[in-house]
Design a protein. Structure first.
Length: 284
């Protein structure tokens, strides 16, 4: 998850961020202490080649906090690392919350640093979605409330480790989610159809060429679904599980709350149309 060389984007490609307007909400592994490679646990599976406990450094993490197999993660059995996105939380915790002092230099801070990281990631993910909603003209009736909560969350991300650990994240996510649902409804009202598949089990579903414009796909299970050439314009994909879903030739132009991590977890090709804020994954 940490880079081997140069600037790293969550698409697995090197280069500048796709959307400069959300630069602070994109991973900059060169300014992070390899937090995703230490703080988070993973279990031996098709996503990870080994077991690792939370707080235990990955065996591939080097002394400079870079990944020793970054260029070969999929080949080495760690595809789960290639789809993870911290939304810029890693560098925020490393450089702001803990002032640039890493967990090796100050081992007494490690426990708090590792506990704060997943909380900061949730805050940054909320900021990403709120920022996107504020860019959606049809969601203008919700913009005032969105700006209010944006200011609140930005202030929280600047707080101390202690204040972050005391945060009621579930309540905050509930407040923000209600606003995002309202924004989604405003956007999708402009699309025909409005199919509602929220939370549905569509694992392996055959949806090639399906007209899913404006569909509600929040939290939908689309693992290994065939979405080749599907029309997903203006569809709400918040929290949809797209692992191994085939998006070859699909049109996601104007889809909302679709993240880089979801794109990275799916399959696609040169004909897949992505939202402008996202990069085409290197493995497509």
């Amino acid at each position: 998850m940490s880079p081997e060389h140069g600037a790293f984007t969550t698409s697995g490609q090197q280069g500048p961020p796709a959307d400069g307007g959300r630069k602070d909400l994109q991973a900059d592994c060169t300014n992070c202490f390899g937090l995703c490679c230490v703080a988070l646990p993973f279990a031996r599976s098709t996503d990870f080649a080994a077991d690792k406990n939370a707080g235990q450094p990955c065996s591939n993490l080097q002394a400079d906090f870079r990944c020793g197999i970054h260029a070969r993660l999929r080949e080495e059995g760690f595809p789960g690392c290639t789809v993870f996105d911290c939304f810029g939380a890693g560098q925020k915790v490393s450089q702001v919350t803990f002032g640039g002092t890493d967990w090796r230099q100050a081992p007494q801070s490690a426990r708090h640093m590792f506990a704060v990281f997943p909380l900061m990631r949730q805050l940054h993910e909320l900021l990403w979605h709120i920022t996107e909603a504020l860019d959606l003209a049809p969601a203008r009736p919700v913009h005032k409330d969105l700006r209010r909560v944006l200011t609140r969350i930005e202030a929280l991300t600047q707080g101390s480790a202690e204040s972050l650990l005391e945060l009621d994240m579930a309540a905050l996510r509930g407040d923000v989610n209600a606003l995002l649902v309202r924004a989604s409804e405003q956007v999708r009202a402009k699309a025909p159809g409005h199919k509602n598949h929220r939370g549905a089990d569509l694992i392996g579903a055959r949806l090639a060429g399906a007209d899913l414009r404006g569909a509600n796909l929040r939290g939908t299970l689309l693992i290994a679904a065939d979405l080749t050439k599907a029309d997903l314009r203006m569809a709400d994909l918040s929290g949809a599980d797209l692992r191994d879903a085939d998006l070859s030739g699909a049109d996601l132009t104007g889809s909302i709350f679709f993240t880089q991590a979801q794109a990275n977890a799916a399959k696609g090709d040169a004909a897949t149309k992505l939202p402008p804020a996202l990069s085409r994954p290197a493995h497509w």
